[in-house]
Design a protein around this ligand. Sequence first.
Ligand code: CA
Length: 498
Amino acid sequence: MKASTLSLVVLFATLQGTVSNAGQDFLVKLKPGTLNSFRFMKTFSTGDQKVETLTDEWVHVKSSAASNVRFNNGLTLKQTLQSNEMVEYVQPNYKIKLLENYKVNNPYQRSLIAKALESSPSTDAQTDNPPIPNAPTNEKVGIDSDLNKQWGMNDIGGKEAWKIHKGNRSMIVAVLDTGTDYTHPDLVANLWRNPGETGVDTNGKDKSSNGVDDDNNGYADDIIGWDMARNDNKPYDVAVEQLKLIFGGGNPGHGTHCAGNVAARGNNSIGISGVAPNVQIMTLRFMDEKGSGTTDGAIKAIKYAVDNGAKVLSNSWGSEGEDPAEDASNQALKDIIQYAQDHGALFIAAAGNGHQGVGYDNDTDGKPGYPASYNHDIIVSVAALDSSNKFGSFSNWGVRSVDLGAPGVKIYSTVVGGGYSDKVVDLPMLGIEVFWDGTSMATPHVAGAAALYWSAYPEKTWQEVKAALLNNTVAVPELQGKLVTGGKLNVLKMLEAK
Ligand code: CA
């Protein structure tokens, strides 16, 4: 203990040299049982380091100092961390990003977009996220008006499956993404409501807004989830306006679209239905309006989901960090997925879209994409199919690494602002039309199917739910030799097979 104390004083010794804006961002794995000592000692900090606890084993260390800045022990921050006897492993806080990028690269089109942007008034006025509405107390009942626009829902046997089971609220699916439009009329009824932050506290104050972490889960007033990117309780899906999106990239409302296919409210007379029409959606936002995040946010989101009762995690995102040539590994991310596995949750993951920098129409057996390609048993990797049983031209595949196909081309779902669309961008004046395509769109169908099945058969283990997903696909000749199952998702077959 004494030696540790000494090493910590060194760790947080005074910085030498100039501080730049470059900054350093590490995830640090501690040896078992050292977390409290490590945290206690951080109070001796004399530098600008911020230390945040992620799990019992991992902490996040951030500094605004440039990486070549040395402490008065002659070592850099990374070296100082590595030499601390409580520290097992130091890794970069690797980046996380959306799998789709809608930026237009054609120079002529870009010049047109630039002109259009100049003449269009800015829509960046919104700075505060809207308040979280209460769950509706009475709703209309009736067939969802846009059900016929959801080709995918038909394709996987959704309508027939709902005659057997529609899901119940004890089943929670966490959507780990860019947030959701939690004011959306087709989502609000199915939002997860944290039972530990509802009702009144001992002072008679509303627990949902008393600023207190009433359920002692580490987050105050976390009513429907959490925003890990902004660190607040309003995980709103801040979307980039479509002209700006195609000019500079960013988030078009990805999380809202994904959440709708998992569990938009069914039989409420409006819009669409998710695959699991009556389960709860837990919103965990860890990617921002630029569509980017970091591993610490993914760790917090996965841990939150598991610790707060989510059984299915829907993951339409990609992570960096694996490079055998450089002996690099995103061990922190692998560890937290293992934590999810140890707690019996399923991790549904987008197989990835090849043209996003790792080759077109990629075989991930040879060129893995993460987190989908990690070999944790709870991971179900999902490819994207169109309405003619063909892979989306962008979809990754792999006979050993990608489990099944699901609808992921021209997908209709909820969008930010309370509406619905199968188009991300629709600017006929500029000749630009972009559909909601992606393994990102396929993944929520599988997450919803897992949730619906598990809701119908709550006694099942995660192994059995995964087996139900994989053993009840519909065989498609073109998918043979390309996917583990050689087939596509079918939720009706799953429910019928029991
Ligand atoms: Ca709380």
